[in-house]
Write a protein that binds this ligand. Structure first.
Ligand code: 13P
Length: 342
């Protein structure tokens, strides 16, 4: 493991005011997103959509890296340029989702464990040769009656740590993503408690597997009340609860936290990130930025609708959200920016 190389990649991914674009939906999930707009889930449509996002002019000014699905990393643009080359030319580092999905956890109804460790060493070597310099693995933690169970915390943390160790061996920066789902009617304190336990267990496992913490990025969910909770929290409350949770469970040697949006509205995801970066002038030990899928892509998909005539407006919609989130990553987001769509 070359620690310096890993730290350098992490530093580039967390460069000032930059974040990550997650476009690693599996083919079926991409199909679900397309279906809402009547777009056929064909390989050509998936390629055209991903190409328009990744080649948006100037994307690299606010997005340091993009997480792809296996199929996308292997694609070529219409003129035959491999996607990783096109991305690097646009200032965006190629990343790859390597887990094979969250499956039912045996003996634990309603809980999941993420799979994908078998054969991972070989896949990582191939991805590295294709240009991927970072990877993602998403674990899913569900809050409910009597859950998460101890078994769910343990199984997911263990898998994340073994994935992270394999990535670092391959010269790839692991993004470790334990997502505490927004579903449910729990309050913000319960989300805090579950997120803190999730992260505490995760870092214990990462240490046990000898993962080099300065060479990874944590992809965390924000601390929020459940979607069906009677009382929702205001922006400052979410920012304070999330930071408190990080301070309680994330070592200072971790260089950065890139949040997922998890079903928040586009503007809320931006406002929450901004508020966290304003607390104490963003003086915490970690870079706090974004790694959004839905909250970055949704307006672009809305504008594109599968029509080549809309490519430019779709790119502008993506660039607008990327710039708003870039400002939030610096604690300089002004909601008035929302009116400046090109
Ligand atoms: P959302 O921002 O839509 O939650 O997706 C982020 C992600 O990569 C989930 O794994």
């Amino acid at each position: 493991m070359d620690k310096q190389t890993l730290e350098d990649i992490a530093r580039r991914l967390l460069a000032d005011g930059k974040g990550l674009l997650a476009i690693d939906e599996s083919t079926p999930t991409c199909g679900k997103r397309f279906e809402d707009y009547g777009i056929d889930n064909t390989e050509d449509n998936r390629r055209d959509y991903r190409a328009l996002l990744l080649s948006a002019p100037g994307l690299g000014e606010s997005v340091s890296g993009a997480i792809l699905y296996d199929e996308t990393l292997r694609m070529k643009t219409a003129d035959g340029t491999p996607f990783p080359t096109m991305m690097n030319d646009n200032g965006v580092i190629p990343g790859i989702k390597v887990d094979t999905g969250a499956k039912d956890l045996a003996g634990h109804p309603s809980e999941k464990v993420t799979e994908g460790l078998d054969g991972l060493r070989d896949r990582l070597a191939e991805y590295h040769a294709m240009g991927a310099r970072f990877a993602k693995w998403r674990a899913v933690i569900t809050i409910g009656d009597g859950i998460p169970s101890a078994a769910c915390y343990a199984a997911n943390a263990h898998a994340l740590a073994r994935y992270a160790a394999l990535c670092q061996e391959a010269g790839i920066v692991p993004i470790v993503e334990p997502e505490v789902l927004l579903d449910g009617d729990h309050d913000i304190d319960r989300c805090h408690d579950v997120t803190e336990k999730t992260l505490t267990r995760l870092f214990a496992e990462l240490r046990e597997q000898q993962v080099h913490l300065p060479g990874l990025i944590l992809k965390a969910s924000m601390v929020l009340p459940g979607k069906q909770a009677a009382r929702q929290a205001d922006v400052r409350e979410v920012a304070q609860a999330t930071l408190r949770c990080l301070y309680a469970s994330v070592p200072a040697s971790v260089p950065g936290v890139a949040f997922l949006s998890g079903g928040q509205s586009n503007e809320s995801a931006t406002a929450h990130l901004d508020a966290m970066n304003r607390i104490d002038g963003g003086a915490g030990p970690w870079t706090l930025t974004f790694s959004y899928a839905r909250a970055l892509q949704q307006p672009a998909l809305d504008a594109w609708r599968g029509d080549a005539a809309n490519v430019e407006s779709a790119q502008n919609a993506l660039l607008h959200r990327a710039r708003c989130n870039s400002a939030a990553a610096r604690g300089q987001y002004d909601p008035a920016q929302e009116r400046q769509v090109a």
